[in-house]
Design a protein around this ligand. Structure first.
Ligand code: NAD
Length: 285
């Protein structure tokens, strides 16, 4: 039976660290500010952005909520994001995804000033990650790496299998694992014999968005299982991408859904915002 990697607890610890960093900045007259941009009124996006804004308030980060109608034109949104980028009281810019159909999301993301890209999604941030240079990293992958650190396991030489190759999760987490010297295999929708590949893994990161795709009996005894998936069941309730109960019986460590990776994503957004504010303050000095 495995130990639960409790994302809520670890997120609380990260938030306490961020609150201390924010207090130090405020003592020097800098109030870290995060602009949260929501276009349209998708209910799930409203819930996500609301929880990010509440988390900001808890650690002393000022959030500036930008609400724009669903029929906003790409050019206007790009201009708004550039204006936020020019403001000295805005240290981070978060554009809630997905954007409504008809808006060119790539153009909007690329309008985010690299030093304020607290979601780590611009091509510059992703390129810096690939090159191993300092920069802002995407929040969910950062949260996953922090959870892995909690296990105390050395990742050097460990076999890590990442399911999913999105820019948001799969690709960046694979690069972060590589940075920690894991031997990384990436699986995706065309991968053959997923069961055998997963069965060889010391660390499994599942970020697919398919309920219980990873069967518990695929998991190697003693593996670490990080379940990123959030899947809503038709009858209500959430499940991850991994069959939790049977995987738990074999793994050494496993994240629950909900309460695993989800809270970490928000915590790392706060950490990135505080880091961006600290970097901007150093540059201005
Ligand atoms: P995405 O839809 O962009 O990518 C899904 C990936 O899964 C693709 O790369 C695809 O190739 C791969 N895939 C599809 N079928 C597969 C299969 N049978 N085997 C292996 N790989 C397969 O998804 P995303 O944005 O990376 O999100 C993935 C999941 O993680 C979703 O459930 C999403 O809700 C969740 N998510 C959670 C958080 C969090 O904070 N907990 C953050 C981001 C995403």
């Amino acid at each position: 039976m495995s130990t639960i990697l409790d994302g809520k607890l670890v997120a609380q610890a990260v938030q306490a660290e961020v609150a201390r960093a924010v207090a130090a900045l405020r003592a020097r007259g800098v109030v870290p500010g995060l602009a949260t941009v929501l276009v349209g009124d998708d209910p799930a996006s409203r819930v996500y952005i609301g929880s990010k804004e509440r988390a900001c308030a808890q650690v002393g980060i000022r959030s500036l909520g930008e609400r724009l109608p669903a029929d906003t034109r790409t050019a206007d949104l790009v201009a708004r994001v550039r204006e936020l980028g020019a403001r000295s009281d805005v240290h981070g810019i978060l554009v809630q995804l997905p954007l409504p159909a008809g808006i060119d999301a790539d153009a909007v993301i690329e309008a985010i000033a690299p030093g304020k890209d607290v979601d780590g999604l611009t091509a510059i941030s992703q390129g810096r990650l690939l090159a191993g240079r300092p920069g802002l990293r995407p929040c969910t992958p950062l949260g996953i790496m922090r959870l892995l650190r909690e296990t105390g396991r050395d990742l050097a030489g460990a076999r890590a299998v990442v399911l999913g190759r999105s820019l948001l999760v799969g690709k960046p987490v694979a690069l972060l694992l590589l940075e920690q010297h894991a031997t990384v295999t990436m699986c995706h929708s065309r991968t053959r014999d997923l069961a055998a590949t997963v069965g060889d893994a010391d660390v499994v990161v599942a970020a697919v968005g398919h309920p219980e795709l990873v069967r518990g009996d695929w998991i190697k005894e003693g593996a670490i299982v990080i379940d990123v998936g959030i899947n809503r069941l038709p009858g209500g309730g959430l499940v991850g991408d991994v069959e939790f109960a049977s995987a738990r019986a074999r793994a050494a460590w496993i994240t629950p859904v909900p309460g695993g990776v989800g809270p970490m994503t928000v915590a790392m957004l706060l950490a990135n915002t505080a880091a961006a504010a600290a970097a901007a303050t150093r540059e201005a000095a």
